[in-house]
Write a protein that binds this ligand. Structure first.
Ligand code: BYC
Length: 484
């Protein structure tokens, strides 16, 4: 019998591949095997519609060794090996922050923090199936087989991330963990009665530009939150998140390169047609490409929706989670301070006397704000690369992130209607300008008109350039999805 003998080795014998010794953990194994049919039913009902029988060239995690953790092969998605994989245990690891900083990490749930820890995991878990639900119709309008395959890769890995949280809930939280695991399969993105927990995960992902923006902006929130949870003093959570981050990088790659390719194609078409003015929208659209101002509006929408996922700027929940040693800061281990933050401050952007200004606040309460700041810095890097493409065509246009006060529904700025520069507008002024900032019905209708499937190997829809490289070094006309 090929039972995994050490962490790092993956046991592929059973129904659920894992490197957590599930074979010897009868209670958890049974609980997960019981949960499995419900998961498959959920995947078939709410996963990629119309492609359950297709053979998709997918990567599957087969190890947790950073040098070679995945293998590629054709797989029918419902047969994907959704495994439970934790990064290797670091010998002698200490709690890196909070009141327990320096104590040995917990291998079991600390009783006094049980509810807080469970809530963090449930929220994290809830986002994973939500994104699959949001993206379930996109396969039908894929601009190429390459893109379709990337969509499905992202989807199956979000499914695996749900498994990751469900494992922790089933293993460490007994009956209530089991109930939470069931509920994760019951909520539905956008459902008025049983919605997903966080706002952005109840929005629609109606077209491929939205998908690329979502994977660029919202998956990046995933990265930041996972980085913060990877610091956790609860070691199984830390190890789980560390391995999830390995997969997450590809999701943001899909987003960043997807938008780059849309921009590239627009600029090429403008150049070919001799159009120099990016605001000559009607002429640009006649070329069958997406004009740059509309791309900017989509970025405004997805960036602002994602900022809401960081919660309130000032948050006792965040302070408590840090103090308890459960959720740290972005790359806590690289920060040079006392890692307790009991007497330090952090500048928080607030609405004071009607003006947006920084106010020094207790650093512990300002952790959501701090993570959001780190996120904005990270998000700006790829925007710079998008602008380099536009610049290389000599087109006078620059994609910019809107002000953090723009179009907010959570936190300090949900009280005002700010424009993309952060200037507060009256309700009527905002409504009058809304379609300058955010995609309107005509923008949506135009983008929808472009969403025609292109399922011939090596061919791409009119509005997107081919990628520079194939997946797993495959040639340009590789049949990434065999549709049946
Ligand atoms: N929508 O104290 P506050 C990903 C609630 S994405 C609705 O500021 P806190 C992925 C909040 O729950 C990453 N409600 O909140 C990406 C609280 O309610 P209670 C997902 C919201 O706790 C793409 C109340 O308002 N992971 O992985 O400091 C594809 C007071 O708020 C929202 C995580 O987020 C909202 N946006 O911060 C696939 C990590 N924001 O307690 C996957 C785990 C706040 O009063 N979660 N509320 O009933 C957390 O760390 C925190 O829960 C949050 C919120 C950062 C989300």
């Amino acid at each position: 019998m090929n039972v995994a003998t050490s962490i790092g080795k993956v046991d592929y014998d059973g129904l659920i591949p894992n490197n957590v010794g599930l074979g010897q953990d009868v209670r958890v194994k049974r609980a997960l095997e019981k949960w499995h049919p419900g998961y498959i039913n959920w995947w078939k009902d709410m996963g990629p519609e119309g492609f359950q029988e297709a053979l998709v060239y997918l990567r599957t995690a087969v190890s947790v060794d950073p040098k070679g953790w995945a293998k590629f092969d054709y797989v029918r998605m419902p047969e994907y090996k959704w495994g439970i994989l934790l990064a290797p245990q670091a010998e002698g690891r200490k709690i890196p922050f909070g009141a327990h900083a320096g104590e040995p990490v917990w291998q079991e749930v600390p009783g006094e923090y049980r509810a807080m820890l469970r809530r963090l995991m449930v929220i994290q878990g809830d986002t994973e199936p939500a994104s699959v639900e949001q993206q379930r119709y996109l396969g039908k309008t894929a601009p190429s087989l390459y893109d379709m395959r990337n969509l499905f890769q992202v989807n199956v890995e979000e499914g695996r991330h749900l498994w990751a949280m469900v494992y922790l809930l089933q293993k460490y939280f007994g009956t209530d963990g089991r109930e939470e695991a069931e509920a994760l399969l019951e909520r539905r993105s956008g459902d008025p009665d049983t919605p997903r927990m966080l706002g952005a995960f109840n929005e629609k992902t109606p077209d491929w530009l939205s998908f690329f923006m979502f994977t660029y902006f919202t998956d990046r929130d995933g990265k930041m939150q996972l980085e913060a949870l990877a610091q956790s003093g609860f070691d199984p959570l830390s190890r789980t998140c560390r391995f999830m981050l390995t997969e997450e990088a590809h999701h943001m790659f899909v987003g960043e390169t997807g938008v780059t390719r849309v921009i590239q194609r627009t600029c090429e078409a403008m150049k070919e047609a001799g159009i120099g003015d990016p605001f000559d929208i009607e002429r640009v659209r006649k070329l069958g490409v997406i004009d740059l101002p509309t791309i900017q509006k989509k970025a405004n929408l997805h960036f602002s929706l994602t900022l809401d996922l960081f919660g309130n700027e000032i948050s006792t929940n965040a302070a408590n989670a840090f103090h308890a040693g459960l959720k740290g800061r972005y790359r806590e281990h690289r920060l040079d301070d006392d890692h307790r933050l009991e007497s330090s401050t952090y500048p928080v952007l607030r609405l004071l006397d009607g003006k947006i200004q920084n106010e020094d606040s207790p650093a512990l309460s300002a952790l959501n704000m701090r993570l959001r700041d780190d996120y904005v810095t990270d998000a700006n890097v790829g925007i710079g690369r998008w602008n380099k493409v536009i610049e290389s065509f000599g087109i006078p246009f620059e994609i910019k992130l809107p002000h953090v006060a723009f179009h907010r529904h959570i936190g300090e700025f949900s009280k005002i209607k700010a424009d993309v520069d952060g200037k507060a507008l009256s309700d009527s002024e905002w409504e009058a300008k809304r379609s300058d900032f955010l995609p309107g019905d005509d923008d949506r209708a135009f983008i929808e008109s472009l969403m025609q499937p292109q399922n011939e190997p090596g061919k791409f829809a009119s509005w997107i350039a081919p990628p520079k490289l194939g997946i797993d070094n495959k040639p340009g006309d590789y049949e990434y999805v065999k549709i049946v």
